[in-house]
Ligand binder design. Structure first.
Ligand SMILES: Cc1ncc(COP(=O)(O)O)c(C=O)c1O
Length: 380
């Protein structure tokens, strides 16, 4: 049997490699982005409760309506925009699925999609599997800002979409209001869609405002905005998220969604519909994660690693010029083997493997985990 691969360039990812190495060497794993602390006991109890009450069958393919209703209220209170829960929100099995579905909804073979690198690893394969062409633009090192001049140069009649991610994985950079103004002027009067990956919407620090596309109705009409409950409620393994868009775009999105996943895990949706009513469950998140970032940064001052700014997300990037001139991949592998600390080399987030000699550390971990990791890095 022969299969003509749709993704001939995709192999085993560094995440798989690093996780296997981390397990083999019993390393403290600051590589993969997930919390190692327990999620809310109250939310677990709620899921349990609704299962016992009988919420165990399919919900409508758009998602459990009361959940979409509380999300619409949340969006209005955070971003002032009124969205219709019936026509503009769809619950999905995670943020990645929402992104894939949005791309599949609009892309035709030969379309071009602007992707900023370093980029979350699903973006390029998701574009390519649709026969479209990723147009890659480097974020400016070391502050990882968007070079809007370069974006203007890359726009042409084939440009179908611009993909944004703020707060950003892997760098922790966030978009500012000036970025939104630039974006606005670039897409105005064009047929360019926007995919805005906002899975870290609440994980934003230092009093900065999350520049959600949902704040801007003129941009929203051409956008798919994607979210993840896993990131907000410390349960990445739940794989539950949602997409918000205009009624016209959402109608097409649902055509793709209904013959793929159809509807998502019912008990989690019913429980979340109740849990989200407590605004503190998400409003406290920025402070919670900022404390982790600050604690980690403070600990890391004892090492020779040099921090780059992290203004949001789970992640903090560090330069290591004072430690080694190895490639970031070699160093990440050596740290796992010799120091039993797993990280992710940032070059893996570039198609061309651009190596600025930076490692990504995930600080969404227990205090003890962060302390154990740094103790092993001090002697480097
Ligand atoms: C930028 C970015 N987008 C999307 C996701 C995926 O979210 P989910 O687990 O809900 O699919 C992640 C998870 O790491 C991410 O970092």
């Amino acid at each position: 049997m022969h299969i003509n691969s749709k993704l001939p360039n995709v192999g085993t990812t560094i995440f798989t490699v690093m996780s296997a190495l981390a397990t083999e060497h019993k390393a403290v794993n600051l590589g993969q982005g997930f919390p190692d602390y327990q999620m809310s006991e109250e939310l677990i109890a709620l899921v349990n409760d609704v299962m016992k009450k009988g919420f165990n069958q399919y919900v409508p393919m758009q998602g459990y309506l009361p959940l979409r209703e509380v999300l619409a209220e949340k969006i209005q209170s955070l971003y002032t925009t009124i969205v219709n829960p019936n026509t503009q929100i769809t619950i999905t099995p995670g943020g990645t699925y929402a992104i894939y579905t949005a791309l599949t909804t609009v892309l035709q073979p030969g379309d071009e999609v602007i992707i900023f690198e370093p980029a979350y690893d699903s973006y390029i394969p998701n574009v390519e599997i649709n026969g479209a062409i990723p147009v890659l633009i480097d974020l400016k090192f070391p502050d990882y800002k968007i070079d809007w001049q370069k974006v203007k140069q890359k726009i042409n009649a084939k440009t179908r979409m611009i993909m944004l991610n703020s707060p950003h994985n892997p760098t922790g950079a966030v978009l500012g209001e000036e970025d939104i103004q630039q974006l606005r002027s670039i897409v105005k009067g064009t047929n360019i869609f926007i995919l805005s990956d906002e899975v870290y919407e609440h994980l934003i620090f230092d009093g900065l405002l999350h520049q959600s596309i949902l704040r801007y109705p003129d941009l929203m009409e051409r956008s798919f905005v994607c979210f993840s409950f896993g990131k907000v409620y410390h349960c990445t393994g739940w794989k539950l998220g949602y997409c918000v868009s205009s009624p016209e775009l959402m109608k097409e999105f649902r055509k793709v969604h209904q013959f793929n996943c159809f509807s998502c895990h019912t008990p989690s949706q019913v429980a979340l519909a109740e849990f989200i009513k407590n605004k503190d469950s998400y409003l406290s998140l920025g402070t919670f994660m900022q404390e982790k970032r600050d604690h980690f940064q403070q600990l890391m001052q004892q090492t020779k690693f040099e921090p780059l700014p992290s203004r949001g997300s789970y992640f903090q990037c560090y330069k290591y010029d004072r430690i080694s001139d190895e490639s970031d991949k070699d160093l990440a592998i050596r740290l796992t083997k010799e120091k039993a600390v797993a990280t992710i080399p940032v070059s893996v987030f570039y198609k061309a493997g651009t190596d600025n000699k930076v490692l990504r550390f995930c600080f969404a971990k227990k205090k003890e985990t962060l302390e154990a990791a740094v103790e092993r890095l001090i002697k480097l």
